[in-house]
Design a protein around this ligand. Sequence first.
Ligand SMILES: C[S@@+](CC[C@H](N)C(=O)[O-])C[C@H]1O[C@@H](n2cnc3c(N)ncnc32)[C@H](O)[C@@H]1O
Length: 292
Amino acid sequence: MRRWGALFVVACLLVAGCREQYRQDLDYSYGVEQTWPIDELPGEAFVQFESVFWEPDDTISLRKLIKDKGIANGRDVLEIGTGTGLIAILCLANSAKSVVATDINNAAVANAAYNAAMLCPDKSLDVRQVDANSPGAFTVINENEKFDLVISNPPWEDGVVTKPADHAFYDPSFRLMDTLLDGLPGHLKPGGRCLLVFGNVQAIKRLESESEKRGFAVKVLDDRDLDSLSDNFLPGMLLEVCPVMVGQKVQNGEFKPADEVNPEAGPVEAGKSIRGESTLLEASHAEGGAST
Ligand SMILES: C[S@@+](CC[C@H](N)C(=O)[O-])C[C@H]1O[C@@H](n2cnc3c(N)ncnc32)[C@H](O)[C@@H]1O
């Protein structure tokens, strides 16, 4: 009799435990592909829903900056194309002030919300669904919303999307890349940063040339020589896009208020691509921005 009593108590505890995990705001309708542990959150595992992207080698260097350098700490963060929520949740777990995460794949939106609820239950991830008919980078961001950190591991190739999973790989006509660059000055706070990950040579060259067209500087935060890499490569390469804000000029690789530029100190540029170590990163974020 006592044994049945003990079993009844255990059953009640199990039911209560499961109830605690169940949340009305989550969508449980998607199939689970796999569960993955991740070094940066020891003892935890990310769930990957079917059709949602998972390749942590893409973003090793970005995750290192979030975990080891605290680039999200106390910052308002936007992640464009969140997938399972891996990067956005890492920002939350590393003391971001707020995190907005977007995705165009319905399953990814549900997946990121699920992982955030399970892995950071005491924090809130604002996950927003992008409409496939309006796939611009900032279409679900209010006109006056600004961020300290805009991050993305976007699709790397131009191509046709025929099923939800394709969104992870193809950016038709590079609309996402172009709208991201166009919208950046309006959605970055002063001193804010934009960090993008690509593992595709053509996409990186395109990002550099499109940035230059807009007068933005691009800093390659990677020691590898692009020309020695295969078309697609891993780990992904981290690039920082620095829009030259109104009233700024770039001189000798540093952002300066336009009225502090000395014409005799070197050429003045609207923007340029800079490889390897330089003072640009520190200089551009010295005032109020994230520091590495
Ligand atoms: C390469 S995956 C990266 C996922 C995740 N950030 C990661 O690193 O694991 C690119 C993600 O961007 C999403 N995506 C593609 N186009 C998008 C768009 N226009 N707006 C928002 N998300 C988009 C895809 O659905 C996919 O989840």
